[in-house]
Design a protein around this ligand. Structure first.
Ligand code: NDP
Length: 306
């Protein structure tokens, strides 16, 4: 079994990005700038946003963290988003999810200008991804593709089983693994909570991507010998022996499954860290205007929002 070391790959990518930032600055241009909006005081969300901001600093990006109270109204949040949509100094921004219940996430997502949507959640970017056109790919799926590429894992003609069909992980991953090209050209089965006999599906898989959010769900008896196993799940469990008071578990029973598979991602140190780096890559693409020209400004038309 070989470990797919997200920490090592993420460090390599950060060094590549940092070198590019130096070149950009050397040409007299400003550093790429990522902004993040955090609504409320959810502990996990704060941890995720802080690690994104810290990573920006490491590669020489500018970052701005906008903290908003949890009782902010939806319209106030949209106003804040519009300010970022129209702020030329900001290349890309994210709105950290989940949002408080009184805010409609779909409406917020539609308010973000596609050219600044470095999370890749806006339907314009999802459409571009689906049609294999250039655009921002959501950070977690992009991180999974990158780790597959860097370890030169074969995907063509392979049977890939994905567990979980969320808009941010499972669904885009199913599209990406089935796309023409590399990584891709796989035959994909997308499983979810209504899938019958899940083990029958996973036992046929050459590649398993577990993204269901149930700690240590995937056991060795559900995995074919030699399969590639990618663990996206992150569940916090209380651990009083740790300074933080918790530790992280994935969706895969690492102890058991690692003895049977060919490659596996650990948790932590696997896809989580790759996700942060992918966001940096998307921000760099935004700064370089790789997919959109900045002159094509976007503004929200309230009539088109749900
Ligand atoms: P969601 O809760 O949005 O989706 C979970 C999916 O898993 C759903 O499609 C659900 O099916 C399916 N599911 C749930 N239980 C089962 C089951 N017993 N058998 C088969 N399918 C099941 O989760 P996310 O996609 O947002 O996140 C999944 C996990 O990945 C979480 O642990 C999350 O913390 C982690 N995550 C990690 C990231 C990273 O950076 N590494 C980034 C994003 C998420 P149905 O649709 O039928 O309800």
């Amino acid at each position: 079994m070989q470990l797919l070391d997200g920490k090592k790959i993420a460090q390599e990518i950060k060094e590549e990005i940092a070198a590019e930032v130096l070149k950009i600055k050397g040409r007299g241009r400003k550093a790429p700038h990522l902004a993040a909006i955090l609504v409320g005081d959810d502990g996990a969300s704060q941890t995720y946003v802080n690690s994104k901001v810290k990573s920006c600093e490491e590669v020489g990006f500018k970052s701005t963290l906008i903290k908003l109270k949890k009782d902010i109204t939806q319209n106030e949040l949209i106003t804040q988003i519009n300010l970022l949509n129209n702020d030329d100094s900001v290349d890309g921004f994210i709105v950290q999810l989940p949002l408080p219940k009184h805010i409609n996430e779909e409406r917020i997502l539609l308010s973000i200008a596609p050219e600044k949507d470095v999370d890749g959640f806006h339907p314009v970017n999802v459409g571009r991804m689906t049609l294999n056109m250039p655009g921002y790919i959501p950070a977690t799926p992009k991180g999974i593709l990158e780790i597959i590429k860097r370890y030169k894992i074969e995907t063509e003609g392979k049977h890939c089983v994905i567990i979980g069909r969320s808009n941010i992980v499972g669904l885009p991953m199913s599209i990406l693994m089935a796309r023409k090209g590399y990584p891709g050209n796989s035959t994909v089965t997308l499983c979810h909570s209504k899938t019958r006999n899940l083990s029958e599906e996973t036992l046929k898989a050459d590649i398993i991507i577990a993204a269901l959010g149930q700690k240590e769900f995937l056991k060795a008896n559900m995995v074919k010998k030699g399969a590639v196993v990618i663990d996206v799940g992150i569940t916090r469990i209380e651990d009083k022996t740790r300074k933080s008071g918790y530790r992280l578990l994935g969706d895969v029973d690492f102890e058991e499954v690692s003895k049977k598979c060919s490659y596996i991602t650990p948790v932590p140190g696997g896809i989580g860290i790759m996700t942060v780096v992918s966001l940096l890559q998307n921000t760099l693409s935004a700064a370089k205007e790789e997919y959109y020209e900045k002159t094509l400004r976007f503004s929200v038309d309230e009539d088109f929002l749900p």
